[in-house]
Design a protein around this ligand. Sequence first.
Ligand code: SF4
Length: 467
Amino acid sequence: MTRPYSTEPIRYRAYNNKNIDALPQFRNLGPEQRRAIQAVSHVLPFRVNNYVADNLIDWDDIPCDPMFQLTFPQEGMLSADDFERIRDLLDRDAPQDRVKEVVDDIRRRLNPHPAGQMELNVPSIDGVRQTGMQHKYRETMLFFPSQGQTCHAYCTYCFRWAQFVGMDDLKFANSEAASLERYVRSHPEVRDVLFTGGDPMIMRTGVLESYIRPLLEIDSLHTIRIGTKALAWWPYRFVTDTDADALLRLFDDVVDSGKHLAVMSHYSHPRELAPEIARTAVRRIQTTGATIRSQAPLIRQVNDRPDTWAAMWQKQVDLGIIPYYMFVERDTGPRQYFDVPLHRAYDVFTRAVRQVSGLGRTVRGPSMSCTPGKVVVDGIVDIDGERVFALKFLQGRDPDWVNRLFFAKYDEDASWIDDLEPAFADRFFFEDDGRPFQPARWRHFAVYAGAKSRGKGTPEISRQNRS
Ligand code: SF4
């Protein structure tokens, strides 16, 4: 494996299931492995680029290499039946519409939009649902710019995989900078806007700027966050791409306007921080006054060892990056291939966090981004002779839930909140008993201008957020 200890520009080249034969390293894989990759990539998104292939994947350690697992689809990501169905169709050179029918059927069974993100949390302006926005937590709204709904490479575990597979009804995005500005202006409770995707850093600087600049005039907005994996998948975006300098000037302007600019960087493995170009990208961003925070899910086959996380957090602290979240893999896509039981996730987190100093312990986890909010596994304890998970809301659809502890029966096999049963009670306190799931307090803040002007008593945002 060669590593680019130079920061000389290289040309971006993407590979997917149509042109992957052109990647030299792919041609060296065995025929069964190539067929499996072809079959699974008909269902799940697949994209790798020359930087990742040449510098992050250890081709002498295939198929176990974590970066290979992170980017190349594997047979086990589909059920045995589904895998055989697809491979059989491809082997028989079946008509495209028949392949598509089967592929669509499989995709719909993979829970393409977890945590109700297609139905819940979608705000409206003048009664029109804004499909590229989500307003789940009072202070933070998410914006999905339509030009940012791809990535420089795709993670095989991607929880937003449905964004990339060309099923229009499974996609949400918004190209209206004016709608974004209007919504944020009319919702002073929104302090943070998170640009997300896909990867907003796939956009040209001018496009990103057209969304960001109008927000700089809004006093009630404090923070602009950009969720990205470009620091790992294509760090040249911040160093040598033709508009890299313009991007940093935009970052300068955001910081000069008095807003906090947070680059929410998705790092899955310490190897992503090794190349000099990746470190140079970090340093360049930091010169603008922006902060970089790191987050990633805990994934079997990729980063399910404490030492991996400890090494990654230590490198991040060395570089001035703030470790932020370890997530639990979401209940979507090829989850059965990647998921780690909650008790193990807690153990990995605990043993990793013990290895870093206090500066690395800014990280929180293992956290589930689920329908009611962000729920962290805070402990496994015995109470009155019963073993339980201690869970805590880090974020809640109702702000009153934040920092609230609750308990679930210990279950060796549980890997998501839906697998858990309440301990010491009939139901979790947030479960719908006609009251708690309605974000009652939030309603006071969510003054929806359109609803108000039409004389409606209940702001639209509140109704959208009921489960
Ligand atoms: S960078 Fe994020 S959105 Fe893009 S493929 Fe990876 S997990 Fe999905």
